[in-house]
Design a protein around this ligand. Structure first.
Ligand code: CAA
Length: 257
């Protein structure tokens, strides 16, 4: 067991539990948290005592409420693009291509980068109180950690357009019916259910699992992700981006002209 400030890891019965704990920002992802998760994944990659990973958020309110808006509100286009690129390189693509199954245990809000984190995982279990959304357009942004690609892959173009263009949240129940979530259970049942799925994968051949992940991922190319990074970067520094992020920080509705 090793702990850092905002992300902890514990290993039990060949399952690594990674927990994000930044209650003041509802577990929003800043660069430090991304690096901490990256480091934990790096440490367990070749550890034979770990066969599955479960990622969750601490508390009962949020899995992850997105990328940290305060951190990037004054970023330039170049910094915005670097933010998305380094997020993919350090975390989101690392998880999607991880050689061991990664399960998201979604215990509350999964918004923006939070839903993108859950979607980069191979499977998603959520508690009934979870709320899912890609609200970036309300900030003058687009999803930048793979949301335009992975949401479309998971739920299809029509519903992905609806979620991304309206920016509205959906319930866990709706997420289940759309195929965005594998299971929805009570908050008490969340970890037991994630562990149940993890345990089933542990019974199987690690080499075959690794190849299955590679083969499934090969259905989808990376061109779309790269395109998203560039478009995400283009949003930064614009008047609409400034209005959207300022409105969030000032706790008011944005006024886009
Ligand atoms: N970044 C930074 N701080 C955040 C945050 C975020 N994404 N989400 C919540 N917080 C902070 C709030 O600013 C607030 O801090 P203060 O107490 O200092 O004011 C604290 O967490 C609690 O949040 P609220 O008071 O807003 O709690 P609420 O219950 O009224 O609302 C919520 C909860 C609906 C999740 C709301 O916090 C919210 O809408 N958060 C932002 C969601 C969002 O827009 N996510 C997308 C981010 S952009 C992104 O992710 C880009 C990308 O794709 C890479």
């Amino acid at each position: 067991m090793s702990d850092s400030k905002e992300v902890s890891i514990s290993i039990e019965n060949k399952i690594a539990f990674i927990t994000i704990n930044a209650p003041k920002t509802l577990n929003a992802l800043n660069r430090k948290i991304i690096k901490e998760i990256h480091q934990h994944l790096y440490n367990i990659k070749y550890d034979n005592d770990v066969r599955v990973v479960i990622i969750t958020g601490a508390g009962e309110k949020a899995f992850v409420a997105g990328a940290n808006i305060k951190e990037f509100a004054s970023f330039s286009k170049k910094e915005g693009q670097e933010l998305a690129q380094s997020g993919h390189d350090l975390l989101f693509n690392k998880i999607a291509n991880f050689s061991k199954p990664v399960i998201a245990a979604v215990n509350g809000y999964a918004l923006g980068g939070g839903l993108e984190l859950a979607m980069a995982c191979h499977m998603r279990v959520a508690s009934e109180n979870a709320k899912l959304g890609q609200p970036e357009v309300s900030l003058g942004l687009i999803p930048g950690y793979g949301g335009t690609q992975r949401l479309t892959q998971l739920i299809g173009k029509g519903k992905a357009f609806e979620m991304i263009l309206t920016g509205q949240m959906i319930s866990a129940k709706e997420g289940l019916s759309l195929g965005l979530l594998n299971y929805v259970v009570s908050l008490e049942e969340l970890m037991p259910k994630a562990i149940e799925i993890a345990s089933k994968t542990i019974e199987n051949s690690p080499a075959a699992i690794k190849k299955s992940i590679k083969a499934i991922n090969a259905v989808f190319g990376n061109i779309g992700l790269q395109n998203e990074v560039e478009l995400f970067g283009q949003c930064f520094g614009t008047d609409e981006f400034k209005e959207g992020t300022q409105a969030f920080l000032e706790k008011r509705k944005p006024n886009f002209k």
